[in-house]
Design a protein around this ligand. Sequence first.
Ligand SMILES: Cc1ncc(COP(=O)(O)O)c(C=O)c1O
Length: 445
Amino acid sequence: MNERAQANAGGTDLAAFWMPFTNNRQFKSAPRLLASAKGMYYTSHDGRRILDGTAGLWCVNAGHCRDEIVAAVQAQAAEMDFAPTFQMGHPKAFEAATKIARHTPEDLKHIFFVNSGSEAVDTALKIALAYHRSRGEGQRTRFIGRERGYHGVGFGGISVGGIAPNRKAFSGGLLPAVDHLPHTLNIKEAAFSKGQPKWGAHLADELERLVTLHDASTIAAVIVEPVASSTGVLIPPEGYLQRLRQICDRHGILLIFDEVITGWGRLGAPFAAQYFGVTPDLLTMAKGTNNAAAPMGAVAASTRVHDSIINGAPAGIELFHGYTYSGHPIAAAAACATIDLYEREGLFERAARMAPVFENAIHKLRDARHVIDVRNLGLVGGVELAPRDGAPGTRAYDVFVRCYEKGVLTRYTGDILAFSPPLIVEEEQIEQIFKTVGEVLKETE
Ligand SMILES: Cc1ncc(COP(=O)(O)O)c(C=O)c1O
């Protein structure tokens, strides 16, 4: 298999790299390698142009290899490759935090840097514990996540996450005090909703049930993705997030929005918090923070949470947490250039303007073969297919591969196709993405 695969990959030896979240055996027998990228397009290793319908992995929001970001990364790498941020500092990290805080909602202006979405989630959970401890409520240690939530792969993230295979594989290492809300997808009630479904706000009331069960005095925080994206684009019902906020307030529970995907313009506002008009106490981000030019994530904390921890701590380090690469100079330089670009080009407003075009185009798949639901919000969309008998997931995988062969990059999870193009996407490119998917669905058994 190795020699043939190597030949398929243009001579690249595929053996040593144990690929993440990949069917390694399948991939290495039929590899798909991306060799370069610019704007809306990748170029595959065999020289084909691939229209990026997914912004890489929901992260390259400004489009690929933007000149300003490339220049900032190159300049920073030459000026200073690394500097610690433990009891030391460097200007770019402070500058990046200030620029990020220009866009975070309300008073969530205190930025803790990490290197990924997973780290952002685990950091937010720790900050929630530290906050309650700082107020003399250290017994609040329980977290409430949600079924079908994805919060990365740290032990905290998989504990509050609601993905069965993730939890099954690592069940021995999950956090002990976690419960879950039900997810909000109901195809029977809300199939083919354009934007937010009207049905389902009452599902937030399940939080009251969990509060009764566990008692509010044991619950530190609720964590949800405003739009659950990785598990198949689950759009929150109208009024749902508002209700979660009210219940958290009633019981002194922190609300954490995991905005690793919804952050940085995906919905046509800086963050989903502003889009929905619901402000969490802690907000995680990663991906689009620096257009994925270098690993970076962050947690934005409210003044109440930040000040309680900082002012309530005895002399010394207030929060015993951090990563060697927190605020890495190259990642920070990329973030500064990215945020300047978002502002200069008005990319969040652009996403809002393109959202109706995107909605119109994706819903044309409503009557396509195998399609049982289409859902969308901002520049994120999902198309759910009926699974093949006895072989769930294989139909969407086949569509994904065929689209790639036809020059369009999509994503799939289970039998759901997901779309999240860079915010610079043009109308014709949106049409091309969904036209290609429609053609492929026609050919797919
Ligand atoms: C909502 C959410 N949280 C966390 C993560 C994990 O991010 P990372 O893969 O950077 O660790 C993801 C990744 O897709 C995500 O969608």
